[in-house]
Design a protein. Structure first.
Length: 274
């Protein structure tokens, strides 16, 4: 199990396969296992790197010096340096896209391609930010994600008609219910406040390389609706794709579609079909 110490804490990551490098940056409240279908499909052709967010999976607590998504992006570059990866295609979903775009803007020479999925690079609208902050406060005060909070939080990540008895839904619910108090208070809540308290990056989207950028979004994504993806695609000048029958975790809800889109994009960016 590979780890790298960054800002005094151990960051866990998957490093699988050989070839051009692909960095998979995942969603808040999910670990690198969310990328399992894509890792299986990509790693025969590419070197796939998938880190766990601080306090998620096997990574250590969020470093005390980490106060913004810019810090997370800087730490992502430290990981690439540690792995001697000069250039990478970055695929970021949700918060992974938020810090992934910041990495691309701060170090454009390190990015061969950028896929932003189910994400929004503007500031969180005031009503939803305050709503999420109120949920985080309840979690911090109680030291647990109660069944009542699970009933609110878990459905946010999926399309509205998902079978709530499905393994995908229930496994995610159980993973959140099992989070210990110290991890919730030390990492999950602070990471949530960093995510939902982020600054507005929309004015800088024109700096991204439109020819090397693709946006994707579940066609039934509730927290990050397709209209946001369309707006960002227009600002960047890049194409976008809606993932059929998928919500926020579109790479799992319609894994074959997302994987095919990624393989096509990666082949184009690396000038040869894998």
């Amino acid at each position: 199990m590979p780890f790298v110490t960054i800002d005094g804490q151990p960051l866990h990551y998957i490093d699988q396969g050989t070839g051009p490098a692909v960095l998979l940056a995942g969603s808040y409240l999910w670990d690198q296992a969310m990328w399992a279908p894509q890792i299986a499909a990509l790693s025969p052709h590419y070197r796939v790197i998938a880190p766990d967010l601080w306090g998620h999976g096997q990574s250590g607590p969020i470093p005390q010096t980490t106060t913004s998504l810019d810090d997370i992006a800087r730490q992502g570059l430290v990981l690439l340096d540690h792995l001697d990866i000069e250039c990478v295609t970055l695929v970021g979903l949700s918060v992974g896209g938020m810090w992934g775009a910041r990495l691309a803007l701060s170090a454009p020479g390190r990015i061969n391609g950028l896929v932003l999925m189910d994400t929004w690079l503007g500031a969180e609208p005031d009503p939803t930010r305050e709503y999420y902050f109120s949920l985080l406060k309840q979690i911090e005060e109680g030291g647990v994600i109660t069944p009542q909070l699970l009933d609110v939080i878990v459905p946010i990540f999926f399309h509205p008609d998902i079978d709530r008895d499905s393994a995908l839904f229930q496994d995610f619910r159980e993973s959140l219910a099992a989070l210990p108090s110290d991890r919730l208070r030390q990492s999950i809540v602070p990471m949530g406040r960093i995510t939902f308290g982020r600054g507005d990056l929309l004015s800088r989207l024109g700096e991204l390389d439109a020819d090397a950028t693709l946006l994707m979004c579940g066609d039934q994504d509730q927290p990050r609706p397709p209209a946001e993806t369309r707006e960002m695609a227009e600002l960047i000048g890049c194409p976008y794709v809606l993932v059929p029958e998928a919500g926020h975790i579109s790479n799992l809800e319609n894994a074959p579609f997302v994987t095919d889109e990624l393989l096509t994009f990666l082949a184009q960016r690396n000038s040869a079909k894998p």
